[in-house]
Design a protein around this ligand. Structure first.
Ligand code: FES
Ligand code: FES
Length: 230
């Protein structure tokens, strides 16, 4: 029986994981077999694009995507309501699909494109104003998740039917009964998006002049919540 040559190995090749007993052996191997390959990323580092910006971050194996974007990057629009995949308040878009950031490990998102409520608000997506206009929210906890889910739906299906909207929002919970207003707001935002695909600065009009003052206050409160306030 021959001895395992790697029994007491200490040096692991970062390219191919072959083990070597001395640093010089490892160096010779790398210069011979991997000379022209790019330097591998340090262990534990991941890269992702969030709202169009490039990030390179250290991520421990147990770190969730939610913890990364909310706690480490300060993107506090997504909320962790239930922390068990049951409410949708932590929803973000990854590669065009709405996902629950509390259920995704950050390391699984290496190399992916992520979009959060901050990016959607920054781009002045018509959903932001139509949600405010139609009072499709009361709090800033569940609402960002609804809007992010709706954005993913409209991106994929620019003219969703009422039942498709309800199906898409099935995983988003609101405890105060705003449900009937969501399809109304989303249908209007979808029409706006089709009319102005590149975006257009719009402003909501109060229904009556007499309502203007309180309307402006309500609108500001709604916009703050939509962008992640509480
Ligand atoms: S906090 Fe992620 S689904 Fe509720
Ligand atoms: S509006 Fe947020 S829980 Fe109902």
């Amino acid at each position: 029986m021959t001895d395992n040559p790697n029994k007491n190995s200490k040096y692991l090749c970062p390219y191919c994981s072959t083990q070597y007993q001395t640093f010089d052996d490892l160096k010779t191997h790398i210069l011979k077999d991997h000379k022209n390959e790019p330097i591998p990323a340090p262990e534990g580092m991941i890269a992702m694009t969030i709202n169009g910006g490039s990030y390179s971050l250290r991520a421990e194996p147990e770190l969730t995507l939610y913890d990364l974007i909310h706690d480490r990057l300060g993107l506090i629009g997504s909320k962790q309501f239930c922390d068990r995949g049951a409410c949708g308040s932590c929803t973000v878009i990854m590669e065009g699909r709405a996902i629950l950031s509390c259920m995704a490990l950050a390391v699984e998102c290496d190399g992916k494109q992520i979009e959060t409520i901050e990016g959607i608000a920054e781009a002045e997506h018509p959903l932001i104003e139509s949600y405010a206009k139609h009072h499709a929210m009361q709090c800033g906890y569940c609402t960002p998740g609804f809007v992010v889910t709706a954005k993913a739906l409209i991106d994929k299906n620019p003219a969703p039917a009422d039942n498709e909207i309800r199906e898409a929002l099935a995983g988003n919970l609101c405890r105060c009964g705003t449900y009937p207003q969501h399809p109304v707001a989303i249908l209007e935002a979808a029409v706006e998006k089709r009319k102005f695909p590149e975006g257009k600065k719009r402003s909501l009009k109060p229904t009556e002049d007499a309502d203007k003052l309180s309307f402006e206050a309500v609108k500001q409160d709604a916009l703050d919540k939509l962008k992640g306030g509480e």
